[in-house]
Design a protein around this ligand. Structure first.
Ligand SMILES: [Zn+2]
Length: 477
């Protein structure tokens, strides 16, 4: 089996084929840096992180571009409200975005073009569209895209099935759903724009780019400069971007280049914040840094996201987070146990039930992720492996531990859900296993006082023991 992904353009799961393998160009719509990105934004970025990691795991050479929207209606309004310039207002939120990305262990994109730094490319794109006769200058001084000149407008969002009312215009970046009016490519500068430093000179008048234009210009510039192509392999974002943002990106880009803009369109569903203590404090605007400040392990946030398919909404609740935290802890303890069991064992040594289980794990995880990135199925396979391998370790079967550890680490590297805490430090795990062996020796020689001392010593380091018929189990408190 090989990778298949749901393409919003065709509303079908299709076998993935890169345009020029092994290269995959991936463009993901980035944050608007008017404020802190909320957790819903990060759910989208996490789904894109899994997509990127799995493409790389599958042998693709991914070039990932994520834009930073540092000029649009919202950033200008926020800068004006704060009484500062656009650049001064957006800089700390850009920095905060990178910090939050690192906290959530999201792999950095290869390129982060900032809209305000790429205005020449946007002006050039408007000129191309004016030259082709699909853009026109309105009497208000802004430049608009005439959607009646692009007959396939609405293909992505399936607007063609509804009644089109063309001819009206909208200057705002965001407009009512299903309202297919001519959209602004370039907005004539207002005194407010100039006051915050959000206006540029262009042959068609002083103004600023529309949000939709920014993504088209920056993505096309990035891939044409580097690879000499004008079609992306994959364009991804949240479902809320399908219309109008992505529809408008397609219209502008395809008219300008005469080529398909992106072969694959992937969209992640929403994350709803409900019933969390934090949302009571912060409203539904929960940010990654709220979680970090509360000491929430990023691994738990990631695991919570993987529990739902990216095309299904997530309810982010305290209960769900607690469940994810437990899962991460269990995984961390198992990882430490397996590391201890594999220590000193030749990793090339391939026999034993553990090695067989590990091969099944890698097979099942790949099959799950090949199927439109089914992270819930991948997680189920991972925790089934943890249960089965724990049983083998309980029986004292360490054969194949080296190979099992390597397989586990490859899978965990994809999902990146091992606990951040030093609690499962491998040094600690080795020490625990060594103390357990000493305790076992003491018990065998009927020195129960010594065995009890070791149990107390372990407890003082936060390690709890449970003696079962299958042997002694331990866990971190
Ligand atoms: Zn975009």
């Amino acid at each position: 089996m090989s990778l298949a992904l749901y393409n919003t353009l065709t509303r079908a799961v299709e076998p993935f084929q890169a345009l020029a393998p092994p290269r995959v160009t991936l463009y993901t719509c980035g944050p608007t840096v008017w404020n802190f990105a909320h957790l819903g934004n990060f759910r989208t970025f996490l789904f894109e992180d899994l997509l990127r990691r799995y493409l790389e795991y599958s042998g693709y050479d991914v070039f990932h571009i994520m834009n930073l929207t540092d000029v649009d209606d919202r950033t200008i309004k926020a800068a004006a409200a704060a009484g500062t310039s656009l650049a001064a207002h957006t800089a700390p939120f850009t920095q905060a975005f990178f910090e939050d990305r690192d906290y959530l262990r999201i792999r950095p994109a290869h390129l982060y073009p900032r809209a305000t730094q790429e205005v020449p490319a946007m002006i050039a794109l408007v000129e191309r569209l004016l030259a082709k006769g699909v853009a026109y200058r309105g009497e208000d001084g802004s430049v608009y895209f005439a959607i009646e000149k692009f007959p396939t407008y609405g293909r992505l969002s399936r607007l063609d099935r509804r009644e089109l009312k063309v001819g009206a215009r909208v200057a705002s970046d965001e407009y009512a759903k299903d309202d297919p009016r001519d959209f602004a490519l370039w907005k004539k500068a207002t005194p407010d724009d100039d006051a915050v430093g959000a206006a540029w000179d262009a042959p068609f008048g002083r103004g600023r780019p529309g949000w939709h234009l920014e993504c088209s210009a920056m993505s096309l510039q990035a891939i044409s400069e580097r690879f000499g192509v004008e079609t992306l392999d994959i364009h991804a974002g949240g479902v809320d971007l399908i219309f109008p943002h992505h529809e408008d990106e397609i219209a502008q880009s395809e008219v300008a280049t005469g080529r398909p803009f992106a072969r694959w369109w992937l969209h992640g569903e929403f994350l709803n914040v409900r019933g969390t203590k934090m949302s009571k404090r912060f409203g539904n605007f929960l940010t990654a840094r709220d979680l970090r400040d509360q000491g929430v392990d990023a691994a738990a946030v990631r695991l919570l996201c993987w529990q739902s398919h990216y095309r299904q909404p997530i309810d982010f609740t305290d209960t769900a987070l607690e469940g994810a935290r437990e899962g991460v802890k269990r995984l961390g303890e198992f990882h430490a146990r397996l590391r201890a069991a594999a220590a000193g064992v030749d990793p090339a040594e391939g026999g034993g039930p553990l090695a067989l289980q590990a091969r099944a794990l890698e097979h099942d995880v790949a099959a799950a992720l090949d199927d439109d990135l089914s992270a819930p199925r991948a997680l189920a396979a991972l925790f089934e492996f943890v249960r089965a391998a724990n049983r083998e370790l309980d029986r004292g079967a360490g054969g194949g531990g080296g190979g099992a550890l390597a397989a586990l680490e490859r899978v965990v590297g994809l999902l990146d859900i091992l606990p951040t805490l030093a609690a499962v430090d491998p040094g600690l795990a080795r020490w625990v296993e060594e103390r357990l062996a000493a305790r076992e020796g003491a018990r065998k020689s009927r020195d129960f006082a010594a065995a009890d001392r070791i149990r107390a010593e372990l407890k003082s380091r936060g390690v709890e023991l449970e003696d079962t018929a299958a042997g002694t189990k331990w866990r971190l408190l």
